[in-house]
Design a binder for this molecule. Sequence first.
Ligand code: NI
Ligand code: MN
Length: 226
Amino acid sequence: MQLTYYGHSCFGLSTKGKHILFDPFIRGNELARHIDIKSIQADYILLSHGHGDHVADAEEIGKRNHATIVSNFESVSWYEAKGLKGHPMNHGGTWQFDFGTVKYVNAVHSSVLPDGTYGGNPGGFVIWNEEGCLYFAGDTALTMDMKLLPLTCPPLTAAILPIGSNFTMHYADAVIACDFIGCHKAIGCHYDTFGYIKIDHDAAKKAFQDSGKALLLLTIGESIAL
Ligand code: NI
Ligand code: MN
């Protein structure tokens, strides 16, 4: 599995020859100005919830790539009405895609689509195949439901967790989340983009190190092998 960071909560995952894009919000992100969204490939676009800082570029990238939108039923229906392909899911459900298995899991947050349409309940995703298992938490508070992941999914290779506080978990809560999900390799998201969520990178990494965990804060545009 190859993971590329496009800023805020947007990541590209390449696995088994497929390109999976999470929560595309690039054009509106000052910190991601050097990313050309026309260069981004996507066979699937996974949307955690309907807020603009997670879906703003989904329609454009989705239409150009003929991508399939994967999210909850309400969000997928909204994109299908715009002419995009979709695969609707809901909490607790899994589906076998051609790149692996996806489970749509709980998140504690809110959700509405950009035009005010009800966006269903927000979620996160666990994606697995023989190359690994990745948890993309979406926007969420620390929640006891995270303890269900080790009981219902393969062991995690890595977890993408929000760490910016104010709208989501603080990094101190994300350290606890790592214990709940049984994964000591976290990749931070949802930090620094806006004034409310600016964090001290060194303090965040130290909080993870102090409890025997690693926090990766990727440079926007950087790719890593998981
Ligand atoms: Ni949100
Ligand atoms: Mn958000």
